[in-house]
Design a protein around this ligand. Structure first.
Ligand code: ADP
Ligand code: MG
Length: 639
């Protein structure tokens, strides 16, 4: 009998959903009735996120690569997601894994690269592309023709990490319909958007990371209200906990237990024991070590005692996410379980107790994210019944203004897509360009935040300080990527860039930045107020001194004396570390010069009208307006 496979050659390409995980990756699609994960020919749904490079140039991905990791540790890249969008300058990056890092190339000074067999050093984007390619091939075997893909990313992924994910997809020849936050995908898989309104928590415990997200559903639209988690907490730690129980029971010396091949084998065995304990109350295992043989029994109770501290750590992150979102556990309408490690009964027990309700777990927690991504891909490809999905910015975005202070334009937790505009001016006379520095973070001073982009706007005609009007717009699109545009109002000179930062932050770094901001809150505020007051004061001293020289004849002696006095006082306060003192001195100078400024303006206009062309008159009026209205914070000149 011949097996005939019948397919329609004109069938349109089918969109797919991809869960590109730290430990495991999956691909799913929507069939005639429902979404399901695509299996390989052995019925396996998960592709381990492991890539092995062989000396003959072949690349092995998945299960087989995972086996090779033991023999060829430095040519086999595991958990590459942790390296996505992270810089070579990041010390922590270099400590992760048994890899041979190479010095960054001159054209990409911030990209980490691994030296591997059979080809030039590879970047995390290239490694991820191999995983994506394998998933795409799997989908093509099943669906014949594959359309665009929705790829999921953690909600806390920053701009660099999202961009790196998109780059990997492009390298793999995949058209990205959209990047979707993992928790949002899980909520979609449960069809929660049909409930129209509600508050949900997504508890995602995977292989090496824990993420918790609070989602608000508003008229069928999801918004991420808060995210939290621990980038160094997951199933791998549970494997280690089991290994420690085994070592204790075996009474093995630390010398033996530090042999790398022993450790690797032990961890693999520990993982199967852990999986066994999900269904059984106890697991028996035989261990052979050198000449010794031992039969061990490990009980679920022993395991649960050992992982209790790990589970409690997830609670700390949950409490924080709820607090950030401003909700109480009992106000939630549902809790979703995601990630293989939520299969562990003690974890479910904990979630049930913590949130005070039965969590949603009908959909396989390993598959729920990929299924949600497939549903979203189907909706996007089918248009019409589009679900709008909103997420939030993980960290605030702002611009460095005079004195090194940050002007936050888009605050943390703003729903995306979003955009905002702010107006700035020149700090110095005849400044012909602006230096624009975009930063991400919560601290008040630019140097304490993460630098996202530096660019300059040039070609502005010389004008007195404070006259130019620079409008900066920041936009974050539905994928969480940032675009910056700057326009100088009096000349119309404009420039726009898409920020593609060359290095990123991991969630631990995001967390650290948030913590730093809390810790330094008051001190930061003082530094900021001081820096701002000093910039204002310097600007005023400069402008007043100039005005006194140019138009001294407009002043009566007592008036001039008062101005000189207040000005001297202002100069004396600038070096003092008391913002309030400086601000008061500024107010005094402002008060003393108010009438003088009015007279100067009249003179400027009158001068302009003396037999000048209309064009010059308009310019003078503009100029006069500038004297009148000091607008925005000053930006430093370009260098
Ligand atoms: P990631 O999102 O990090 O890619 P996954 O969600 O695929 O990770 O979770 C992988 C983790 O889930 C591994 O540590 C694995 O051991 C664990 N896991 C999978 N199945 C079970 C199970 N039945 N019992 C306990 N842990 C499990
Ligand atoms: Mg996952």
């Amino acid at each position: 009998m011949t097996l005939l496979e019948i397919f329609d050659p004109k069938a349109p390409p089918r969109p797919i959903g991809i869960d590109l995980g730290t430990t495991n990756s999956l691909v799913a699609s929507v069939g005639s009735d429902r979404a399901s994960v695509i299996e390989d020919c052995f019925g396996k749904t998960m592709v381990p996120s492991v890539v092995c490079y062989e000396s003959d140039g072949t690349v092995i991905v998945g299960e087989r690569a995972k086996e090779l990791a033991a023999i060829r540790p430095s040519d086999t890249i595991v958990s590459v997601k942790r390296f996505m969008g992270r810089g070579a300058d990041n010390e922590e990056t270099r400590r992760m894994g048994p890899y041979r890092f190479v010095e960054p190339r001159d054209d990409e000074p911030n990209v980490v690269r691994f030296a591997v067999e059979g080809r030039p050093p590879v970047s995390p984007v290239e490694v991820s592309a191999e995983i994506l390619r394998a998933l795409k091939e799997r989908a093509e075997d099943e669906l014949r023709s594959v359309g665009g893909a929705v790829i999921t990313v953690p909600a806390y992924f920053d701009d660099a990490q999202r961009q790196a994910t998109k780059d990997a997809a492009r390298l793999a020849g995949i058209e990205v319909l959209r990047l979707l936050n993992e928790p949002t995908a899980a909520a979609l898989a449960y069809g929660l958007e049909h409930k129209k309104n509600g508050l949900f928590a997504v508890y995602d415990l995977g292989g090496g990371t824990f993420d918790v997200t609070v989602l608000l559903l508003d008229d069928g639209v999801f918004q991420v209200k808060a995210t939290g988690g621990d980038s160094q907490l997951g199933g791998d730690d549970m494997d280690r906990a089991v290994a420690e129980i085994v070592l204790r029971k075996l009474g093995v010396s630390t010398e033996v237990s530090s042999r790398p091949e022993f450790i690797r084998a032990l961890l693999d065995r520990s993982r199967s024991i852990k999986h066994g304990l999900t269904t059984a109350q106890a697991v028996d295992a035989e261990f052979a070590l050198d000449t010794k043989q031992a039969q061990l029994r490990i009980t679920r109770t022993e395991f649960e005692d050992a992982i209790r501290p790990l589970i409690d750590r997830t609670g700390v992150a949950c409490r924080r996410a709820l607090r950030d979102a401003g909700v109480k556990a009992e106000e939630l309408d549902g809790v979703i379980l995601v990630g293989g490690s939520t299969r562990v009964p003690a974890v479910r027990e904990f979630v049930r107790a913590f949130f005070g309700r039965e969590p949603l777990a009908d959909i396989d927690p390993d598959q729920v994210v990929a299924i949600g991504a497939a549903i979203q891909a189907d909706l996007l490809a089918g248009k019409g019944k589009d679900v709008l999905l909103l997420d939030v910015l993980p960290l605030s975005l702002g611009i460095e203004v005079g004195g090194g202070v940050v002007d936050k334009i888009l605050p943390r937790n703003t729903s995306i897509p979003c955009g905002a505009r702010a107006t700035y001016t020149t700090q110095e006379d005849n400044q012909t360009g602006f230096q624009i520095h975009v930063v991400q973070g919560e601290r008040e001073m630019a140097k304490d935040n993460r630098s996202l982009a530096h660019f300059t706007l040039k070609g502005i005609p010389p004008m007195p300080a404070g006259l130019a009007r620079l409008e900066i717009e920041l936009r974050v699109d539905a994928d969480g990527l940032l675009g910056v545009s700057a326009t100088e109002g009096t000349t119309g000179i404009a420039q726009a860039i898409d920020v593609k930062p060359s290095y990123g932050l991991d969630d631990a770094a995001v967390e650290q930045m948030l913590l730093d901001a809390f810790d330094h809150g008051e001190g930061d505020l003082l530094t900021r107020r001081l820096a701002e007051a000093r910039v204002d004061a310097q600007r005023l001293v400069l402008a007043t001194t100039k005005a006194l020289m140019a138009d001294a004849d407009l002043l009566a002696p007592p008036e001039s004396q008062r101005i000189e006095e207040t000005l001297a006082h202002l100069k004396a306060t600038i070096s003092r570390n008391e913002p309030a003192l400086i601000t008061n001195a500024i107010d005094a100078v402002d008060g003393a010069t108010r009438d003088f400024a009015g007279r100067r303006m009249n003179r400027a206009i009158a001068k302009a009208l003396e037999g000048q062309t209309i064009d010059r008159v308009e310019k003078a009026v503009e100029h006069a307006k500038g004297i009148e209205a000091a607008h925005g914070s000053p930006l430093p000149p370009e260098r």
